[in-house]
Design a protein around this ligand. Structure first.
Ligand SMILES: Nc1ncnc2c1ncn2[C@@H]1O[C@H](COP(=O)(O)OP(=O)(O)OP(=O)(O)O)[C@@H](O)[C@H]1O
Length: 589
């Protein structure tokens, strides 16, 4: 993934990403802060309750005093329970809400990125950012931040109480604090780096699994399950290694913090015990002191752990910010021109030169010039890799050419909003995408506001009505992820029905290269004939029936047009087309 400028942004500052997402919930956050303050105050009051219980309750054995001290403690505990539960609810609510909002925004951004981005990005990596990285942010808001604040508050409060109870002993604790905070900061930096690496390894793991699962049939057809298992297992090992480096660093930090923190408590108990024996301090004061000292130490320890978590979340925020900073290569110009309405359906390519961004050296189109009149059907033919599909991709403006222009109705398509352009185009791709939804929903994808009757009419026109009727639940039948339950020809007819619903002035067809059985080929051909009637049609043709029907055939080789004409003319000329026709169209020639 291309590292954008924000990737260099250092440290916890990356978490600023969350601020705009928290703002709408300011009232809830304030409520959570109040509950948090209350709970922290009540924890500190517990120490006072403890002192009263020990000093007043035990001192002269008066039963009334012990009862009152115990009751006070109970009241504090009850209030503490309510405040803690309220804080937990509000803070977890914020975590869930913000995580969902961040996911929505990141997905919303990614779905608008240009196809060029996905030529290099791995889907699994993006998925892992959407899930694992956002989960870290959720944990941060849903618990870490509130735990951190709580521990800062109780830690500071408890320290103040320490000073009030015994300045001398408090001094002992104070000496230890820099020893706890120092490593915390040092290890934190390291943690962030190690944790980013660990998260990247998890993303690699997800990407590996995603690729293998997507190509499951190919994997099994080649009996490459052992190979894929080994590949995944190697990735898993790499991910464990990265995680363990982080764990090791963290363990060292915990060792230091626990040793120093609780060592200091033991030391102050020892010193304080001598004061109690000498009568300079009451037993209740020492109990309260130890309670506060434990609070200070445990806050320190918790904060050091949290520091790690905050660093991990910062690394996650970095990875999300990186994704959000990718700008779509194709975007609407600041003041886009409108295409004429209704569209005439005129298409022109003028001296177009284009190489895919990932292969700048290998030109896919080279001086490609073609004018298509309104309503004309042009068939593009040529050997594999000649650049036929690329022509359609440039017309859809999935990529921009390096030189030359593409025009629709006389307007350079770079001057119009891509959405406006694509609204005039209907695409039936070589491998149509069928979503894991019902047959009706899949067809309605062509025009979401279409009525049931329109969906059925489109299916009828696409020659899909009969096979849909034969499905177990007709139009309501779920077609499985990626349309796994349909044949290639059926998937194509679903895609054609979509295009029928969309009713575009310009139609782009990329014929499937794989042979369909005679019956479904015939059904698809007739459906396409009906569809292209009266529209400008550009078709990447692999079948004789298609080229015969075309008004004009354009023969391409190595990104250039080498001949144009009708089937009969081109066969008579006896060039590349005649050879292709003899080979490819042997079925009917
Ligand atoms: N996304 C891509 N990134 C990089 N190179 C690509 C990409 N898509 C296609 N190419 C390359 O561009 C060239 C033209 O490809 P194109 O898909 O237009 O050929 P085609 O004529 O449609 O071939 P076919 O009949 O096999 O579908 C080929 O060399 C191909 O390898």
């Amino acid at each position: 993934m291309t590292p954008p400028a924000s990737g260099a942004q250092a440290g916890v500052a990356s978490l600023r990403l969350l601020l705009p997402h928290l703002r709408p919930y300011a009232a809830r956050a304030a409520g959570a802060a109040v509950a948090l303050l209350l709970a922290a105050g009540l924890v500190l009051a517990l120490g006072q309750g403890l002192r009263r219980l020990v000093d007043e309750g035990f001192a002269d054995g008066a039963p009334g005093q012990l009862d009152r001290a115990a009751l006070f403690l109970f009241a504090v505990v009850a209030a503490l329970a309510v405040a803690t539960s309220a804080r937990f609810y509000l803070v977890s609510w914020l975590g869930e809400r913000v995580a969902a909002d961040v996911r929505r925004d990141v997905f919303g951004h990614v779905i608008g990125l240009s196809p060029a981005f996905f030529d290099t990005a791995r889907t699994g990596d993006i998925l892992s950012r959407l899930t694992a990285d956002v989960a870290l942010l959720q944990a941060l808001i849903g618990s870490a931040i509130s735990m951190g604040l709580r521990n800062v508050l109780t830690g500071l409060g408890a320290f103040a109480m320490l000073v009030a109870t015994s300045p001398k002993l408090a001094g002992v604790v104070l000496v230890v604090v820099p020893f706890v905070v120092g490593p915390l900061v040092l290890f934190g930096r390291r943690e962030r780096r190690l944790s980013r690496t660990a998260q990247e390894r998890v993303a690699d793991l997800a990407a590996t699994a995603e690729e293998a699962l997507n190509g499951l049939r190919t994997v099994q057809a080649f009996t490459h399950e052992p190979l894929e298992r080994a590949r995944f297992s190697a990735e898993a090992e790499r991910s464990v290694e990265a995680a363990l480096r982080r764990v090791a660093s963290r363990s060292a930090l915990i060792l230091a913090v626990v040793l120093l923190g609780f060592g200091a408590i033991t030391f102050s108990l020892w010193v304080g015990g001598r004061d109690v024996v000498a009568g300079r301090m009451t037993g209740g004061e020492l109990s309260a002191f130890v309670f506060y000292a434990v609070l200070v130490a445990s806050s320190g320890a918790t904060l050091s752990e949290l520091w790690g978590e905050i660093q991990r979340a910062a690394a996650a925020a970095d990875r999300l910010a990186e994704l959000l900073a990718v700008r779509p290569a194709i975007a609407a110009p600041p003041s886009p021109r409108r295409l004429p309405s209704p569209s005439a359906g005129r298409v022109a390519f003028e001296a177009v030169r284009f190489a895919y961004p990932t292969r700048p050296g290998a030109g896919a189109l080279d001086g490609f010039t073609l004018r298509v009149a309104p309503g004309e059907t042009v068939a593009l033919v040529g050997p594999s890799g000649a650049g036929k599909t690329t022509v359609l991709q440039l017309l859809m403006r999935f990529y921009d050419p390096q030189a030359g222009r593409v025009l629709v109705d006389g307007v350079d398509i770079r001057a119009v909003d891509p959405a406006d352009l694509r609204a005039r185009l209907g695409l039936v791709p070589q491998e149509p995408v069928v979503f894991g939804a019902s047959a009706a929903e899949n067809i309605r994808y062509g025009r979401p506001d279409a009525t049931d009757a329109e969906v059925r009419a489109a299916a009828e026109a696409a020659g899909a009505a009969a096979f849909i009727a034969a499905l177990p639940r007709g139009y309501d039948t779920h077609l499985g992820a990626r349309g796994a339950t349909l044949s290639g020809g059926q998937r194509q007819r679903i895609a054609i029905a979509r295009a029928v619903l969309r009713d575009p002035p310009i139609l782009l067809l990329d014929e499937a290269t794989s042979a369909l059985d005679a019956e479904s080929e015939d059904a698809v051909r007739r459906a396409l004939e009906r569809l292209s009637r009266g529209r400008t049609t550009l078709v990447v043709a692999h079948r004789l029936a298609t080229v015969r029907r075309a008004d004009r055939i354009v023969v391409m080789e190595a990104g250039q047009i080498v001949a144009t004409g009708t089937h009969a003319e081109l066969v008579r000329e006896g060039g590349l087309y005649a050879r292709l026709a003899a080979l490819q169209f042997s079925d009917g020639a």
